[in-house]
Design a protein around this ligand. Structure first.
Ligand code: GTP
Ligand code: MG
Length: 200
């Protein structure tokens, strides 16, 4: 697949499932807790500074953002989970959007891969585990991206890799990519994984 990454734009910031685009293009979704680095990752993959909004206050906007990449692929920035201080109406909105994307989605076959982000300093949280188990049960393809690896020294990074890669809930053969949006670590590796799943 030949993609011009320069030709990318925000198609829609959907606040309701009925706004999700239905174009027959493969979708790659980015899932993870608030503040884990989803929007930064999307910007980094596209070599753009501000296409995806990076939050100073985590979990502020609850939308599903579809980035159209050269009319060939959607990168889907999902709303983050696990933000304890959210008001109940936000939680409702989050649940409706997530449910609309993963379980009530007529176009679910367009979803080729869920990129599940895990903060390399924190490891797999209970919320992450729920998501991973859900993907195991529903047989959704996923890859793990360990974010913010620039914040760890070598020893800490090795320990984090060991812990995550040995996690009992990860499906066998799950790709694990170490990433830093700040230092552009892991970018070509993650693109290879994305292309592989798009073409599968
Ligand atoms: P929500 O939209 O709230 O769900 O958060 P998000 O997952 O999109 O996280 P976002 O990309 O907004 O990043 C959250 C914070 O982490 C920001 O302050 C970023 O600058 C920081 N951050 C993201 N990626 C990296 C990274 O690779 N290294 C470092 N050091 N900081 C990062
Ligand atoms: Mg974000």
């Amino acid at each position: 697949m030949k993609i011009n990454l320069q030709n990318s734009s925000l198609r829609i910031s959907a606040g309701l499932p009925k706004q999700f685009p239905t174009d027959p293009m493969p979708q790659i979704a980015f899932s993870g807790r608030s503040n884990v680095g989803k929007s930064s990752l999307v910007n980094s993959l596209l070599t753009r500074k501000n296409l995806a909004r990076v939050s100073s206050a985590p979990g502020k906007t609850i939308t599903v953002n579809f980035y159209d990449i050269d009319k060939k692929l959607f990168l889907v920035d999902l709303p983050g989970y696990g933000f304890a201080k959210r008001p109940p109406e936000d939680k409702k909105k989050w649940a409706a959007l997530t449910d609309g994307y993963f379980t009530n989605n007529k176009n679910i076959d367009l979803l080729k891969l869920v990129v599940q982000l895990i903060d390399s300093r924190v490891g797999i949280t209970e919320d992450d585990r729920m998501m991973i188990r859900f993907m195991n049960e529903t047989e959704l393809p996923y890859a793990i991206v360990m974010t913010k690896v620039d914040k760890l020294n070598k020893t800490e990074l090795c320990a984090s890799i060991e812990k995550i890669s040995g996690d009992r809930d990860l499906r066998e053969g799950t790709p694990i990519v170490q990433y830093s949006s700040l230092k552009n670590i892991g970018k070509s590796e993650l693109w290879s994984v994305i292309y592989e799943y798009c073409e599968a």
